[in-house]
Design a protein around this ligand. Sequence first.
Ligand code: NAD
Length: 252
Amino acid sequence: MGSFDGKVAIVTGGGSGIGRAVCLQLAAEGAHVVVADLKAERAQGVADEIQGAGGAATAQVGDLSDPAVVTRVVEETIGTRGQIDVLVANAGIMDDMSGPDEVSDEIWERLLRVNLTAPFLLTRAVSRHMLARGRGAIVYTDSEAGLRGSAAGTAYSVSKHGLVGLMRSGAVLFRNRGVRVNAVAPGGVMTNLEVHMNMESEGLKALGAYQSGIGRVAQPEEVAAVIVFLASDAASNVSGALVPVDNGWSAS
Ligand SMILES: NC(=O)c1ccc[n+]([C@@H]2O[C@H](COP(=O)([O-])OP(=O)(O)OC[C@H]3O[C@@H](n4cnc5c(N)ncnc54)[C@H](O)[C@@H]3O)[C@@H](O)[C@H]2O)c1
C-alpha cells in the first residue's frame, strides 16, 4: 500500500528536474500522476517512465500560463479521474539576473506569467474542486529567491516573493476547509533550469558575491521528498509553511 493510493495529483513542470522527481515519487506511492509540461516529449517521457515501472500517469502538454491550457488540464483530469487530491505547481523559469534598473518588459512579463500567474490560475481552478470535496493539498516550488533579494534577478525574485503571498493567502483562507497550502524554497538544484545571464548586467556583478553561499547543489530527489511529504497526509496539520531545502543557505 502506498501513501497516495487512490489519489490523483497534477504536477506542473513534471517533465524535468524537480517536477519529474516529484512525479516518480508520487507514482511510486500509488498516485495517478498528471504530468503537465510545456514540452511534449518531456511530459510523455515521464508518463511512459511511470507506466513502465507499473505506475499510473497521464501526460498533459501546454503553456500553463495560458488560462485555456489550465482549464483544459483541470477539466480533463476531473472528467477522466473524477477528482484532484494534490496540485504541485512547480513549473518555473529563471531570469537573466538583471536588476530593477535593467529588467526588460519582456522578461518581467514572462517571469510573472509563468512563475506567479500560472500557479494562481491552477490554484483557483483546482481549489474549487478540492473545497467542494473538503480535502486537498497544494504545494508550490518557490525558491531561495522568495526569501531574499540576493538569489536571482529582480523579476525572478519578485515572482517567487509573490508566490509566497499566494501560498500564505491560500493557507489562511482555506483554513478549516480541508485544503492545505505549502511551499518549498530550494537553494541550488541540479536540473535543466536554463539561466540566460545578461553578462553586461550590473545585477549579475552585484549578485556574484552572494551566489557563493549556495554551497552543495542538491539533487532533484532531495527537494521532491519534501514536496511529497507536504502533499501527504503525514503533513495533515501543516499549512502555510515555506520550507527551505537549501542545506542551510537561508540560515546564513
Ligand atoms: N534548479 C534550481 O536551482 C532551482 C532553485 C530554486 C527553485 N527552483 C524552482 O524549481 C522549479 C522547477 O524547476 P527545475 O529546476 O526543476 O527546472 P527544469 O527546467 O529542469 O524543469 C522545469 C520544467 O517546467 C517546464 N515549464 C517551464 N515553463 C512552463 C510553462 N509555462 N508551462 C508548462 N511547463 C513549463 C519546463 O519545460 C521544464 O520541463 C521552478 O519553479 C524553479 O524556479 C529551481
